[in-house]
Design a protein around this ligand. Structure first.
Ligand code: GLN
Ligand code: ZN
Length: 802
């Protein structure tokens, strides 16, 4: 008999309950106990949902108030010293709880409370003089970075080179016991020690992180033993780093760690996901664990394990897509599972989602207005549990019992495949017949540049911004009022036009050279465009955690992409007219989201390659670019902040991705005249390893985030001799701090040592939508003042050439 299982469940609760509760606690409007209660009710509800769906291996400790890697660091005592002093944890209590002497919930007040505050401090930083945890000190937040190639971000713990570990808090144990007290026996989830070390940052970068392994392993073993005493049978030990390209040290660390854990008599399920194991398959299969989980959605295949399956090992087969929202093809999957069963043995198979369901929305039943035709094609977390359970029942020979569900599923799959709403033959043939010319600008950059210079007559070191200006309360209220019908469309447009005029006046007063309309009309840089495109559908409650209390609601691409009507032309034309009137005819940039970013931040259809969907998006954007140009917009920026995060997890797959990503950008941007200037923008990117591709985009100007790294990010451009114009950000927009003129001047001097002044643009790091006008205006004034000082200096130095 196989077992139906799950690897992790969304932890934000219905309607983002956890977000609301957490933010209330942060604002001092709710007590810690109120927040803890919300957390507990979400966990209890999640366990019940999974049990009701027929899941047998239900995860615990997949919950977190902020992030699970952060929790692991706190659990392991891998936190700055001053927190260790304030922590009130005590291991002797664990034995008391396990043996039933102290009810688990009695400990919440003292223990969880302090671990909760420590994690929030580490995640968000703290500058409160009177803070009880670190009186008189300010503490910076730990860094945050993307969780593999998902849109989830984890907190990166910083470890000392001689970091010591201790079992400071025992969340996995608390949660296991909490579920047990509800009568639910769970499979605790912990992040494995090797991935933990690989995901942390070590203070001294020269330290070999695996030297910390020997002191870490006993702490893990202690935890495993506690879980064993508490009654756990299996523990899910996540080692997602197993799918990365590993060096020999990392491989050895895996061998050492799991050899060491074989001392525990618990059954360990080693889980890897998000990609095929590839070269590490042999290593992973031979680690002495009772079971292993493989991701069959992201590329592991039957053949790869068939001939070398270690006898007696349990296979957790990730066959239901944990990262996307499409229904599973039950019949096909059942067939696959049966084949697996013959390889690994009847009783050695666990049916599982490909990865934790953290990455999909909670419940499709919560969507009240979803398109009736599309709904049967979708499955969110709760529906995926049902799929897992159905597969398991069918696999166990009870196919009669689930016949109806299988038939419904078959029909949905067939409808989806053949629906005329999914396929547009005109578009498909248009894109199949593109010529090489449609992927390149008419003239090369060195020919375009003088033409553009003549047209715009910009000063040396032109100043501009990245696009958005503050999304004020008033703007959000106007949009909400429009959506609920309190104000008319005309009133809404009027309000947005007033915002645009205001933004233009401010920019002109500050003395910026290339203006923007400010993006007041955009709720989100992807959703705004998606609403104008056929092939997209939207949810009301399809929230997914992005980081901490922040959630996103990615739109869903279900079919071929067709631009229904111009998306930005009206606003851009209005803005340019206003600039002609208010701002001396200064150019206003048209502002678009690029195809790769649209793709990355949506749920993407799975019936064709991502590259093909991306090309359709590129085509729609190309149409918009042409319309903008035809309507007199002379500078067009196509943002691609997500281009780097789309990189595959294995280096071997990079080039293929970069090739099509670059081609898509070029398709979107290259229809224009030589004089029309194309900008692009990228943020939070490491450019060293993709600089050739950035250059291949052939944008006339690229603006990048650079202020936070004090322009270190520019190195890649300098080494590569990046040929086109470049605007390294000199103002960190992530902080409310207003950078003084001198500070920006210093950064600019540094930039000028590296780049030819004729190539250099001056701009902030990113859009200003999250800032206030009171921060933005003085900061931009300082930026312009610093630029003017430099211009004057350059003129003195080389009067003839300027
Ligand atoms: N044009 C967008 C803005 O200014 C770019 C946002 C981004 O890079 N993420 O907000
Ligand atoms: Zn940005």
């Amino acid at each position: 008999m196989a077992i139906a299982s799950n690897l992790g469940f969304p932890r934000i609760g219905y309607h983002r309950q956890l977000k609301q509760a957490t933010e209330k606690y942060w604002a001092g409007k709710a007590s810690a106990q109120e927040l803890l209660d919300v957390g507990r009710s979400i966990r209890v509800q999640n366990w019940q949902i999974q049990k009701d769906a027929g899941i047998e291996h239900i995860p615990s400790n997949d919950f977190s108030f902020y992030d699970h890697i952060l929790d692991t660091a706190v659990m392991l005592g891998a936190i700055p010293d001053h927190y260790l002093k304030t922590s009130t944890a005590s291991t002797s209590l664990d034995h008391a709880i396990i043996h039933g002497a102290v009810p688990a919930h009695d400990l919440e007040g003292s223990l969880k409370n302090s671990s909760l505050d420590i994690s929030f401090h580490l995640a968000r930083g703290c500058a409160n003089e009177k803070c009880a945890l670190h009186p008189g000190q300010t503490v910076a937040a730990w860094e945050m970075t993307k969780w593999f190639d998902t849109n989830y971000h984890y907190i990166v713990p910083t470890l000392k080179s001689d970091q010591q570990f201790q079992l400071l808090y025992q969340q996995p144990l608390w949660y296991f016991l909490e579920a047990k007290s509800q009568g639910i026996s769970t499979r605790p989830v912990i992040i494995g020690p090797v991935s933990f070390l690989m995901l942390c940052k070590i203070e001294d970068p020269d330290t070999d992180r695996f030297t910390l392994l020997p002191s870490l392993l006993p702490v893990y073993l202690k935890l495993l033993n506690l879980l064993k005493i508490a009654g756990a049978e299996w523990v899910q030990i996540d080692e997602p780093c197993l799918i990365l390209d590993l060096d020999s040290k990392a491989k050895q660390a895996y061998k050492d760690a799991y050899e060491y854990f074989s001392k525990s008599s618990l059954k360990l399920l080693l889980t890897a996901y998000f990609c095929r194991l590839g070269d590490n398959l042999e290593l992973a299969l031979n680690l002495p664990t009772a079971g292993i989980h493989l991701d069959y959605i992201a590329g592991d295949n039957l053949e790869s394990v068939a001939s070398r399956w270690p006898q007696g090992k349990v296979l957790s087969a990730g066959v239901v897509d944990g990262r996307n929202i499409w229904v599973c093809d039950l019949e096909r999957t059942l067939h696959l599972l049966s084949k697996m069963q013959t390889i690994v043995g009847n009783s050695n198979l666990i049916v599982a989602p490909s990865c934790s369901l953290l990455h999909v929305p909670l419940d499709l039943d919560d969507e009240k207005h979803l398109d009736k035709q599309i709904r049967p094609w979708l499955a969110f977390a709760k529906q995926k549990l049902t799929e897992l359970s159905l597969l398991n029942t069918a696999l166990s020979g009870d196919s009669q019992k689930v016949r109806k569900e299988f038939e419904t599923n078959k029909l949905a799959i067939a409808n989806h495949r053949s629906s005329p709403r999914v396929h547009n033959t005109v578009l498909k043939s248009q894109l199949a017949n593109l010529s090489a010319n449609q992927f390149k600008r008419n003239a090369s950059f060195d020919k375009r540049k003088p033409l553009q210079q003549k047209l715009f007559n910009l000063p040396l070191l032109p100043t501009t911004t990245i696009g958005s200006f503050p999304q004020t309360k008033e703007i959000r209220k106007a949009r909400a009022d429009f959506k609920t019908g309190i104000i008319s469309q005309e009133e809404y447009k009027q309000a947005m036009r007033a915002e645009i005029s205001h933004a233009l006046t401010v920019q002109n007063d500050i003395g910026l050279d290339v203006l923007v309309h400010g993006e007041a009309e955009r709720n989100d840089m992807v959703e705004y465009f998606a609403e104008f495109l056929d092939g997209y559908v939207f949810t009301e409650q399809g929230w997914v955690q992005s980081y901490g209390s922040r959630c996103v609601k990615p739109p869903i691409i279900y079919g071929d992409i067709i631009r229904k009507q111009p998306m930005t032309v009206e606003w851009s034309v209005f803005a340019q007219e206003q600039a002609n009137r208010l701002a001396n005819n200064k150019p206003v940039k048209g502002m678009l989201t690029g195809p790769v970013t649209m793709l990355q931040w949506s749920f993407v259809r799975n019936d064709q390659p991502r590259s093909q969907t991306c090309q359709q998006l590129a085509w729609a954007i190309r149409e918009e670019v042409s319309d903008l140009e035809r309507n007199g917009i002379k500078i067009i920026q196509i943002d691609e902040p997500a281009i780097r995060e789309g990189l595959p997890l294995k280096k071997a797959d990079w080039q293929n991705y970069l090739n099509w990503a670059v081609q898509c950008f070029r398709l979107s941007s290259s229809s224009v005249k030589d004089e029309t200037q194309i900008h692009t923008h990228m943020c939070y990117s490491q450019f060293n390893d993709i600089i050739e591709s950035v250059a291949a985009l052939d944008a006339d100007v690229v603006s990048i985030e650079a202020a936070r790294s004090e322009l270190d990010l520019l190195d890649a451009f300098v080494k590569f001799k990046y040929p086109n114009d470049i605007g390294p950000g000199v103002y960190d927009i992530h902080s409310p701090r207003i950078p003084p003129e001198l500070e920006m001047l210093e950064l600019l001097e540094k930039a000028l040592n590296l780049i030819d002044p004729k190539q250099l643009w001056i701009n902030p790091d990113c859009g200003l939508k999250t800032r206030n006008w009171t921060e933005v205006i003085p900061a931009l004034k300082n930026m312009v003042a610093a630029t003017q000082i430099l211009r004057a200096r350059l003129k003195e130095k080389a009067p003839a050439s300027v």
